[in-house]
Structure formats: C-alpha cells, structure tokens
Write a protein that binds this ligand. Structure first.
Ligand code: OGA
Ligand code: MN
Length: 279
C-alpha cells in the first residue's frame, strides 16, 4: 500500500504515515487501514491538517459518524466534537472538566455503543496530555480457564451515572439525565469483525453484574479492572500535532491525562462511529 506502517507498542498500536486525508483513500488503501486498525486495536495516522468537514468525511470511511450533542460541536460540522483543555462544567460548579480521566470505553451506557472513536490532535501540549490504552483481548486471554468459565455468559448493567463511578462528570439538565439510557452488556464480548473475545469493562459506568449480590459483584469487577489495567497491557500515546488516533472501543479501554502545564492548550477534534449491541 502507499503508506508506511510503524509498530508503536509491543502488543498494540501502529502508526501510518504518507497519507493526506484531504483526499479520501481509494478502496484498497482504506481496506488496508482498517486491517491495520483491527490488527493493532489503535491506529495513529500521522501528519494531518484537516478542517472539520474533511475530518468527518475521512472518518466516515471507517463507519457511520454519530452526533454527540452533549459535547461541544464545531460550527463547521456537527459530527465533529471538541475536547479541550478549556472544557468547564458550565451547568455545575464551573470548574475544569477532564473528559475521560479514568479508564473507560466510550458510551457503554448505550445499547449500541460506538465502535470506534477518532481523536485528532489540533493543538497538543509540549509535554503531557498522553492518552493511555489497554488491550482487552490480551487481558481476557490471560485469565485462568476457571475464571473464563466463571465469567463467560455473565451480563453487566452499565449506567451513565453509575454508583461505582470514579470521575467527576459534567452536570446535565435533569430531563436529559432522566432520559439517559442504561444497558446490559456481556462481560466477555466477541468482536463482530475479528471474532476475538475480549473483556468488556467500563469502570465508570458499570453498576452491577446481573445475578450477583452487590458485594460479590463489586469484588469481581474490582478484580477484573485491576487485572486489565496492569502496565503490561498498556500502550501510552504521546501526541504529535496532526495525529489522528483511532481506537476500537470493543477491545480496548483508554484514559486521558491532564498532567500538562497550566497555560498550555490541548485541543482535539473528535468523531465517533456507530456500533452494534455487544454480544
Ligand atoms: C475521548 C477520550 C481521551 C483524551 O475522547 O473519548 O476519552 O486523551 N479522550 O482526550
Ligand atoms: Mn473516551
């Protein structure tokens, strides 16, 4: 293919360069990019300079972009959201808000969570602001056969504002909170395209394992979270301006870091694409 691929982490993540997404890739190139993503779970496309509409159009080659009205939208393109160091809890205490500061997978409180998230580094800090990823195929594969037998087939209730949540989340209007969906998802899911099994955890949104009492559910979830977030399953992305990082929410978790110096900006454009109900 007419791009170069570089392995980023020892067990996940690859970067491609030599592509300008202002021109949409031809079908074989697009298929090759999707393959790199499926094989590596996290795909970084280097060196982009994209306005919101061409960014959305390029991401639409990977799936169907979904509107996300809860996050700020670019004026040019409603499907492109803004994640910024200037985000504040405007309806609440007005304080700084860091989206995704704890390990999570995107939108698991929905019945059909997004499959992929694309983040485009428009302005990146000179130091810090990394995004961490963890490989949920590997975390599942390393469980004992006894543990696999125990958890295969278990279902978990996910809620937007779960009682186990770790993060401060933005204050939403009461009517919007009341209308917020919740969903029940398998604890072990099968990726619809690769056929591989992964742990499906979302520490911020999981409420309880169906059929277990609260204490037993908490013990199991805490143990699996501690297992899956060990450094050996991790890839940590240090951003370059112009990177687009695409991750697969079906087989990874991720986490933002707001550790860059005060006064430095971090501005990301974000697109998510539709997924199907996990099974
Ligand atoms: C997200 C997210 C992480 C980051 O956009 O879903 O979690 O590093 N972002 O900004
Ligand atoms: Mn996220």
């Amino acid at each position: 293919m007419n791009f170069q691929t570089e392995r980023l982490g020892p067990h996940m993540a690859a970067a491609v360069s030599g592509i300008d997404l202002n021109r949409l890739p031809d079908a074989p190139t697009q298929a090759a990019l999707t393959r790199v993503l499926h094989d590596n779970l996290v795909l970084c496309i280097r060196g982009q300079a994209l306005a919101p509409v061409p960014f959305r159009d390029a991401m639409a080659q990977f799936g169907v972009p979904v509107l996300r009205k809860q996050l700020a939208q670019t004026p040019e393109c409603a499907e492109v959201n803004i994640i910024s160091s200037e985000d504040r809890d405007v309806l609440g205490d007005g304080k700084r808000l860091v989206n995704g500061a704890n390990w999570h997978t995107d939108d698991s409180f929905m019945r059909e969570p997004c499959s992929l998230t694309m983040l485009y580094g428009v302005v990146v800090p000179s130091v810090g602001g990394d995004t961490q990823f963890t490989n949920m195929y590997a975390a599942y594969a390393d469980l004992s056969s006894e543990m696999k037998a125990r958890i295969d087939g278990m279902q978990v209730i996910h809620k937007y504002s779960s009682s186990r949540k770790l993060s401060r989340i933005s204050t939403r209007p009461a009517a919007e909170m009341a209308a917020m969906p919740e969903a029940t998802h398998p604890l072990v899911r099968t990726h619809p395209e690769t056929g591989r099994k992964s742990l499906y955890l979302n520490p911020n949104r999981m409420e309880q394992v169906v059929g277990l009492d609260r204490a037993e559910s908490d013990r199991l979830l805490d143990m699996l979270i501690a297992h899956a977030t060990q450094p050996r399953y991790e890839y940590r992305h240090s951003w370059r301006q112009g990177d687009i990082v695409i991750w697969d929410n079906r087989c990874t978790m991720h986490k933002a870091n707001a550790d860059y110096p005060d006064g430095e900006r971090r501005l990301m454009h974000r697109v998510i694409v539709a997924g199907t109900a996990p099974y």
